[in-house]
Design a protein around this ligand. Structure first.
Ligand SMILES: Cc1cc2nc3c(=O)[nH]c(=O)nc-3n(C[C@H](O)[C@H](O)[C@H](O)COP(=O)(O)O)c2cc1C
Length: 339
């Protein structure tokens, strides 16, 4: 059993925080397919405090997705602690401080991975959040600025000394951005050698269930936060759970299951965001789903330009046909979905 503070996780595979991706629809689908928990995309502590309507929307929990953690990004101790203080009331079961974001706009404010430049400041931010909430509190780190200046162990210690209940390590440097493979040996070092006394999560270069299980085993970390490998692929969690338990991986989803799940994802996005934004988001999410459907190149191309719910529905119907028996339907896959 993995415990982060007093939060008990049902398993070691969780959905990572991803801007624009790990919103409630993706989190709910991940949870229904076996993810033990998820975090929101990073949410600006400053904007959450100012009552910004879009930010408030990002900070919503939908029934059935719990446990879910509120991830905040910021550099002001006041905003961070006030946001942490609101998390339980907003329905979250945990709070996470983003000290890993490599984006210049965030770093220029001293937030995200810029917090790692000064471990004592990072500790002060964690301490301020700790004082404001009793929820389990975690911190997301990168390895450091560059391969030559990695200070994740120091930052993790500062966070834990200031009250963090867990640390998730994205095993790339800020310089690496997302472009190179993750350096899992550092997850191992943090989990097995640094004696932090709290659970350590590993993240980075987990594309498949096999990767997730391998990261867990090789690094001896407590949980694995699956990022891009879970985009359009909620099935990765049940697959990883099965492999971890020594069972066969479940059969891959059929084209009908992929189409049905993609349609549900879209419908939930429409309810939250409206049709135009939901279509914009599906232009990148849809192709990720369709990676699992053989012969879906035309559907992918159509998805990249989708503008209406009607068009998206037509793509889903074509994809579903890709898995039906030609003789039964007389249609084969047809344009956009066939083998
Ligand atoms: C599009 C995208 C957005 C991300 N946004 C966040 C974020 O808001 N907060 C965060 O802590 N990490 C964020 N990450 C990093 C992921 O949580 C995770 O650590 C990373 O994707 C792991 O690497 P992998 O995708 O190679 O497995 C993001 C990653 C991607 C690809």
């Amino acid at each position: 059993m993995i415990r982060i503070g007093d939060l008990e996780l049902s398993g070691p595979f969780v959905l990572a925080s991803m801007s624009e991706i790990s919103t409630p629809p993706a989190r709910l689908l991940a949870r229904q397919h076996g993810s033990a928990m998820a975090w929101t995309p990073m949410i600006s502590a400053e904007l959450l405090q100012s009552g910004d309507a879009e930010t408030e929307k990002l900070a919503r929990v939908v029934p059935g997705e719990e446990p879910v953690g509120l991830q905040v990004v910021g550099a002001s101790e006041e905003d961070l602690s006030a946001s942490a203080g609101r998390a339980a009331g907003l329905g979250f079961q945990a709070v996470d401080l983003n000290a890993s974001c490599p984006v210049r706009r965030i770093r220029s404010k001293g937030a995200g991975s810029a917090l790692m430049k000064d471990p004592s400041r990072l500790g002060a931010c964690v301490g301020a959040m700790r004082a404001a909430t009793e929820l389990p509190l975690t911190v997301k780190l990168r390895l450091g600025e560059t391969r030559e200046s990695m200070n994740y162990a120091e930052c993790a210690s500062a966070a834990v000394d200031s009250g963090a209940d867990g640390v998730t390590l994205h095993a790339r440097t800020v310089d690496d951005s997302y472009l190179v493979g993750a350096h899992w040996e550092h997850v191992w070092r943090l989990a097995a050698e640094c004696d932090l006394g709290v659970p350590v999560g590993g993240s980075g270069s987990v594309w498949t269930a096999e990767d997730a299980v391998r990261l867990l085993a090789e690094s001896k970390c407590d949980y694995v936060a699956v990022g891009r490998g879970a985009t359009g692929n909620p099935w990765v969690f049940a697959e990883a759970e099965a492999l971890f338990a020594g069972r066969e991986k479940p059969e891959p989803p059929t084209p009908q299951e992929v189409a049905e799940t993609m349609r549900r994802h879209f419908e939930m996005l429409v309810d939250r965001e409206g049709e135009a934004t939901a279509c914009r988001l599906m232009r990148s999410l849809g192709p990720a789903y369709l990676e699992r459907v053989e012969g879906s190149e035309v559907a992918v191309a159509t998805m990249r330009g989708v503008e209406t719910a009607e068009a998206l529905d037509a793509i889903c119907s074509l994809v579903a046909l890709a898995g039906t028996d030609d003789e039964e339907t007389g249609k084969g896959g047809g344009e956009g979905g066939g083998h």
